[in-house]
Design a protein around this ligand. Structure first.
Ligand SMILES: *[C@@H]1O[C@H](CO)[C@@H](O)[C@H](O)[C@H]1NC(C)=O
Ligand SMILES: *[C@@H]1O[C@H](CO)[C@@H](O)[C@H](O)[C@H]1NC(C)=O
Ligand SMILES: *[C@@H]1O[C@H](CO)[C@@H](O)[C@H](O)[C@H]1NC(C)=O
Ligand SMILES: *[C@@H]1O[C@H](CO)[C@@H](O)[C@H](O)[C@H]1NC(C)=O
Length: 339
């Protein structure tokens, strides 16, 4: 501490000494020495010779401590960091701003103070995604991005025309498919094709979930393309255009009609479904066979057809469609035989 003070005082003394210069001038036959202020020093008015340094400029918030050296007060700095210039208030950062007083930076219009650097940052309403706000509402885009001047948004630039291929430019030189589309497999250039989520067999997927059926196919209620059998396909499955495949239990009769098959002959009936023989009117199924119905019992005879009795041998029909009484043997031949 002491040593420090001594040093400072000796410096000041040296300085003071340097302010005064000696000169000679002729006086009669002699030359006399005299003292005056050195160059760049100015004499302070007074009885004693006192010299102070001179500065080109007004030091402002500082004082002229050496010729053309302004020493600034605390909180001030030389303008342009040049000691020969005036002292101005100092603010940390304050780029693009005005330091009005020590530590008091005022930003211009449409600029905001950045809390980290204390610099004034231009404001862009868009926020300049993928770019930098260089002046208020004027973005400069990062490499690979182009500016939309009206929105001041930087958009990625793609060499390919993504849009023409049902896509969009997602990042610099990277196209991506629009939603509902996927990249076309094995395609050399970027190309997207629509996706039909439920598939589109026997058709062409023209747009997302828009399946267009091939010729000779039509949409069924499930939205699938199924073949068309021009003349129908009764009791069959139209498996290909004009190909009618009979359902199980049916057999083909003609190009487009299938009929049910009843394994046992369906005499006196209709085979309405596989193995389902429906008896004609006047017939009833007995032991799986359609047999004719006769209202009255055909005594000593048999029901040959609906309501038509035929007499057993040796009998003949009576007037009331009954078989007349004969002798016992004739009347009950079977009964007697069994006895
Ligand atoms: C900016 O670029 C990055 C990287 O390319 C990307 O992830 C981001 O989505 C882009 N932002 C906008 C708004 O485009
Ligand atoms: C935005 O900045 C660029 C680059 O500095 C400049 O050429 C352009 O004139 C500016 N535009 C506006 C509207 O300030
Ligand atoms: C800029 O953005 C606007 C609004 O989104 C849009 O209408 C316009 O087409 C864009 N301009 C260009 C060149 O992309
Ligand atoms: C008709 O044929 C198709 C294809 O061969 C098959 O998927 C479907 O199950 C069949 N329908 C019937 C009722 O047999």
């Amino acid at each position: 501490m002491w040593i420090c003070k001594i040093l400072i005082y000796s410096l000041i003394l040296g300085l003071v000494a340097a302010q005064i210069c000696y000169d000679e001038r002729p006086s009669g036959t002699r030359r006399v020495k005299f003292r005056r202020c050195c160059k760049d020093y100015k004499r302070v008015r007074g009885p004693r010779l006192r010299c102070i340094p001179q500065c080109k400029v007004n030091c402002g918030s500082g004082s002229c401590t050496k010729p053309n050296v302004c020493t600034c007060q605390k909180g001030y700095k030389n303008f342009n960091n040049d000691p020969s210039s005036r002292c101005v208030p100092f603010c940390e950062g304050c780029n693009r701003g005005t330091c009005q007083a020590p530590g008091r930076c005022v930003c211009p219009e449409r600029h905001l103070m950045d809390e980290k650097t204390n610099n004034c940052m231009p404001q862009c309403a868009s926020g300049c995604p993928n770019g930098t706000c260089i002046t208020p509402n004027n973005c400069s885009c990062n490499q690979g991005y182009g500016l939309n001047a009206s929105t001041q948004v930087c958009l990625p630039i793609c060499k390919d025309n993504c849009r023409a291929a049902n896509g969009f430019c997602a990042a610099p030189n990277r196209c991506e498919c629009n939603s509902g589309f996927i990249a076309k497999p094995n395609s050399k250039s970027f190309e997207c094709q629509p996706v039909c989520k439920n598939g589109c067999s026997n058709g062409v997927c023209r747009a997302p979930d828009k399946c267009e059926c091939n010729k000779f196919y039509r949409k069924n209620i499930d939205g699938n393309c199924v073949p068309i059998c021009e003349d129908g396909c009764v009791n069959g499955n139209c498996t290909a255009p004009d190909v009618c495949q009979c359902l199980p239990g049916y057999t083909k009769i003609g190009q487009n009609v299938c009929l049910a098959v009843c394994p046992a002959v369906c005499k006196n009936g209709d085979c309405v479904a596989p193995n389902e023989c429906l008896c004609n009117a006047g017939y009833t199924k007995r032991e799986g066979v359609c047999t004719p119905d006769c209202k009255d019992e055909c005594e000593n005879g048999f029901c040959e057809a609906p309501e038509k009795c035929s007499c057993n041998e040796g009998y003949k029909m009576d007037s009331e469609n009954r078989i007349p009484d004969g002798n016992e043997q004739q009347l009950f031949p079977n009964l007697l035989k069994r006895m």
